[in-house]
Write a protein that binds this ligand. Structure first.
Ligand code: NAP
Length: 490
């Protein structure tokens, strides 16, 4: 480790230094040589290293998960719930440390990182409780000398791959229900944000999670991904990330017919009708568009505004966006962090250039920040062409592009004109319209008069090419349970 690593680490200033781990967690042991560098996107400074593991270690992790499975699934749900609850309590106890670690490796403002830790922990408690209520069924049989019962049983060993944009919550939203249901897990977090994942393992162990129930492998995504999708010992594969990678991994799962859950990319439409509360719509757009610097899968990506309020909405949104404070989340209070890397920055630049090239007008932003990190100014563009890159692809950055529409019919047609189907938003004070629009949007989630739709109690997931399955809520547990029918001949 060079001087850079020392200074980044000292800036994180952990109360509990042992939460920072540079090794993987397999079968309850810390293992692997830290060789792969991890940087802070806000400063480009070196935080530390992680092991660059591959097929062999991933297979060892699967073996550990397989060995741990019989005992873990035989535990009463209440015993599993107790560990999950304790794990959540430990996360909250060390919320500040976990958040600072996250801000350092991911770049999001500290307040958002604090919020993510609480949100992430909520899945552990929620699913621990839900698992106590995994009821089966009895089914009236077609003849009087037979009985039919339905049992719900854990699927088995789970392979999980998670992204960098919510380094902790995307893990607990899978691992929470998996472990609560009685499954064991092998997880590969993003190489860009491994320390949040590894810190979680420290606290899981402290909460009493037995060795092998949760295994974390960092390293080369392709060979590790091959094991998690192709190894017959794994019964279920769950992925959160981009649509192209999700499609490839789902195809890899076909050979062993695994259960598959996919939480993939979005391209959320955000509709503002003439009858909306404009202040509320602007506040909703700010939270939905600029949270996590526009790097959320449910980000408003295409903002459609009706004729009558278009100018007012554009002006107010630009004013609010221009006031967002960008900077290093460990150095002061910020509302915007950096983009995750140079590639992400280039994508944003390409989307803005394409929109301007097709006649859009810049209201605010539109350039990189003059600082060391991968920052882009919060940007608002008006009069974006309905078929600009900005509306067709997930931008994943702090750029709000406004498109004008005339009728409700137009708005729904524009909104549904996408292969993505994760989240959509609409602002209207007309009750009947709010129902028509909610029902007409071809999306897994609709925020009606709100820009915030994430909570552990509600199902999260998409339709079309945004995914398969749901996370969170009572439905999230089903993804980790098999249904077994038992016939009894009397
Ligand atoms: P990504 O490039 O697809 O990466 C996601 C994960 O897959 C990372 O752990 C990555 O590892 C791994 N990976 C990449 N290529 C792989 C391969 N060939 N085999 C196995 N694993 C592979 O996505 P991202 O850029 O991290 O995340 C952003 C995307 O996630 C966006 O599209 C966003 O909308 C989506 N997302 C969806 C949801 C949802 O709930 N629907 C939530 C959050 C994010 P490395 O990083 O180590 O390379």
């Amino acid at each position: 480790m060079g001087d850079g690593a020392v200074s980044e680490l000292s800036r994180i200033a952990l109360q509990r230094a042992d939460l920072f781990r540079q090794q993987c967690f397999i079968n309850g042991k810390w293992t692997g040589d830290p060789t792969h560098a991890v940087h802070n996107p806000a400063t480009r400074g070196l935080i530390g290293h992680i092991p660059n593991l591959g097929r062999t270690e991933a297979e060892a992790a699967v073996a550990a998960a397989e060995a741990a499975l019989p005992k873990w699934r035989a535990e009463p749900a209440a015993a599993r719930a107790k560990i999950l609850r304790r794990w959540n309590e430990l996360m909250l106890k060390h919320q500040q440390d976990l958040a600072r670690l996250m801000t350092a490796e991911q770049g999001k403002p500290l307040a958002e990182a604090m919020g993510e830790i609480a949100y992430a922990g909520s899945f552990l408690e929620w699913f621990g409780e839900e698992a106590k209520r995994v009821y089966g069924d009895t089914i009236p049989a077609p003849s009087s000398d037979r009985r039919i019962m339905v049992l719900k049983q854990p699927v088995g060993v789970v392979g999980a791959i998670t992204p960098w944009n919510f380094p902790t919550a995307m893990i607990t939203r899978k691992v929470g229900p998996g472990i609560a249901a009685g499954c064991t897990v092998v997880l590969k977090p993003s190489e860009l944000t491994p320390y949040s994942a590894l810190a979680l393992a420290v606290l899981a162990e402290e909460a009493g999670l037995p060795p092998g129930v949760l295994n974390i492998v960092t390293g080369d995504a392709e060979p590790i991904g091959r094991v998690l999708t192709e190894d017959p010992r794994i019964s279920k594969f769950t992925f959160t990330g981009s649509t192209p990678v999700g499609k490839k991994l789902a195809a890899q799962c076909a050979g062993t017919v695994k259960r598959v859950s996919l939480e993939l990319g979005g391209n959320a439409p955000f509709l503002v009708f003439d009858d909306a509360d404009i202040e509320a719509a602007v506040a909703g757009a700010i939270i939905s568009k600029f949270r996590n610097t526009g790097q959320t899968c449910v980000c408003a990506n295409r903002i459609y505004v009706q004729d009558g309020v278009y100018d007012q909405f554009a002006r107010l949104l630009a004013e609010k966006a221009a006031a967002l404070v960008a900077g290093d989340g460990l150095a002061g209070v910020t509302q915007q962090g950096p983009l995750i890397n140079e590639r992400a920055l280039q994508k944003v630049e390409a989307h803005v250039a394409d929109a301007l090239g097709h006649g859009a007008k810049l209201l605010t932003g539109g350039a990189r920040h003059a600082n060391a990190g991968t920052f882009y100014q919060p940007t608002v563009l008006r009069d974006v062409a309905a078929d600009a890159l900005l509306t067709r692809e997930e931008t994943f950055g702090p750029v709000a592009g406004l498109v004008r529409f005339k009728t409700e019919e137009d708005a729904l047609r524009l909104a549904n004109n996408s292969r993505a189907g994760l989240a959509a938003y609409a602002f209207t004070r007309d009750l009947a319209r709010s129902w028509r629009v909610s029902e007409g949007l071809e999306y897994g989630m609709v925020g009606m008069n709100t820009g915030l739709i994430s909570t552990e109690v509600s199902p999260f997931g998409g339709v079309k090419e945004s995914g398969i399955g749901r996370e969170g809520s009572k439905y999230g547990l089903d993804e980790f349970l098999n249904i077994k029918a038992v016939f009894v001949q009397l």
